[in-house]
Design a protein around this ligand. Structure first.
Ligand SMILES: Cc1cc2nc3c(=O)[nH]c(=O)nc-3n(C[C@H](O)[C@H](O)[C@H](O)COP(=O)(O)O)c2cc1C
Length: 400
């Protein structure tokens, strides 16, 4: 189970409870299973354990203050929120949970939790009376309903002399429980090849035929696959997105370049996700010089580009092949036909238009396979990417 934390970037929040002395051990246990850990401490946490200790065990600078000029210049709070594959708060005080639930952002840790898109897990630790209090219980229930993972607490003797529920889980148990968050849909050890963005088909040295694909969906899926533990190769057409970390990125321009790059990666590929909007046609001839505006009419003769998806699906052995179908009409019918005609394992169909699909920030999709389908409602491309990778991972692990 713990292997699911290998290479994960865990942001550990430490709040002001007596169990904070166990947080140093927790960092060591997380690092033992291959996670990278950065620690954020609340002011009150520093009454219980020093930042120096947490820095020494994590091997990274400790983040303490929202208004820290030096920290903002190095890894600012938003960057830190983006860095995290998961936020783990251990111990989580009653006070911290109440503030988190209210959506407060009055210190670095609550601000990070609000900004982050990564899953959040809390390991509550408090006196049994505080834990049993209906106010705390209501808060915990509401946090659960918002999708926040609550790990523990356990029962037993407490620092204050009481006996009952409210003890923080032991560090090894927290590591186990945190790993479980990453298990469903895990792609640990799998090689996932993803294409993204448009292609440019040259007309002359300065002009080309292309489409409105931004590459955002493919990049978000590549990031989500990395988070799920996969080794990812992203083959990207020309986009204006920054190069993602923790994966191999191959930049290509035309459909033919993309075809060659994909085929070169197919020998050891478990899952192929074709998200790129590859141009179906290219110019039969490309002018070697810029075409001058002299003639009244200009006719371009186009010829078919290689069908990357269909060619991958014909390979033997072949990876699990997933296509994307962006359509403006008859979405499901066309996607179903593409699934069958190209012999794909799965197709992700998305309607284009009105703020969804190509070029926009949000997307809503229907996933189709031979004998089933699943709808994913409109949401941000990042969130959707995580949901899709989770779904693909579970599906793939079931059949393999
Ligand atoms: C000695 C001592 C021990 C405490 N232990 C806990 C605890 O285990 N759990 C808890 O929820 N609050 C505990 N508190 C209260 C919190 O420190 C207090 O609610 C604080 O505001 C939490 O701030 P923070 O969540 O921003 O770190 C303790 C306070 C003291 C003085």
């Amino acid at each position: 189970m713990k292997q699911f934390l290998a290479n994960k970037q865990i942001l550990l929040g430490v709040t002001g409870g007596i169990a904070a002395y166990k947080s140093a051990d927790l960092v060591r246990r997380l690092r033992e299973v291959g996670a990278e850990v950065r620690v954020v401490m609340t002011d009150h946490a520093k009454e219980f354990i020093t930042p120096l200790t947490m820095q020494a065990v994590s091997g990274n600078p400790v983040h303490e203050d929202l208004f820290d000029l030096k920290a903002e210049a190095a890894m600012g709070h938003i960057e830190l929120a983006r860095w995290a594959d998961a936020i783990l708060v251990a111990p989580a005080t009653a006070d911290f949970m109440a503030r988190l639930l209210k959506g407060e952002a009055n210190d670095l840790l609550t601000t990070l939790c609000l900004a982050a898109k990564a899953p959040i897990a809390l390991a509550p630790a408090m006196n049994q009376g505080m834990w049993k209090n209906t106010l705390t219980q209501n808060n915990v229930q509401a946090l659960r309903e918002k999708g926040i993972h609550i790990l523990g607490p356990s029962e037993g003797s407490q620092a204050c002399g009481d006996v009952g529920p409210g003890r923080m889980l032991e560090p090894l148990d927290i590591v186990d429980r945190l790993a479980q968050i990453f298990v469903s849909g895990s792609l640990a050890g799998k090689h996932v090849v993803i294409t993204a963005g448009p292609t440019h088909e040259a007309i002359d040295p300065v002009r080309f035929i292309s489409n409105a694909s931004s590459g955002k969906m493919g990049y978000a899926l590549a990031e989500a696959a990395v988070e799920a533990g996969a080794r990812v190769t992203l083959i990207s057409g020309p986009v204006s997105l920054s190069k993602p970390a923790r994966m191999k990125v191959i930049d290509v321009v035309s459909a033919q370049d993309m075809f060659a790059a994909v085929m070169a990666e197919m020998q050891e590929c478990d899952i192929f996700l074709s998200v790129a909007a590859v141009a179906d046609y290219r110019c039969k001839t490309t002018a070697s010089q810029k075409i001058a505006k002299t003639a009244e009419k200009l006719t371009l003769e186009l010829e078919r580009n290689p069908d990357i998806l269909a060619n991958v699906a014909k390979l033997s052995p072949r990876p699990f092949v997933i296509g994307f179908a962006a359509e403006t009409e008859d979405l499901e019918k066309k996607a179903q036909a593409k699934l069958m005609n190209k012999n794909l394992d799965m197709i992700i169909a998305n309607q284009v238009g009105e703020g969804v699909g190509i070029g926009s920030e949000e997307n809503a999709v229907t996933v189709l396979w031979k004998d089933g389908k699943q709808e994913f409602a409109k949401m941000s491309k990042q969130k959707l990417a995580r949901e899709l990778i989770k779904f693909i991972g579970s599906f793939f692990n079931k059949i393999n």
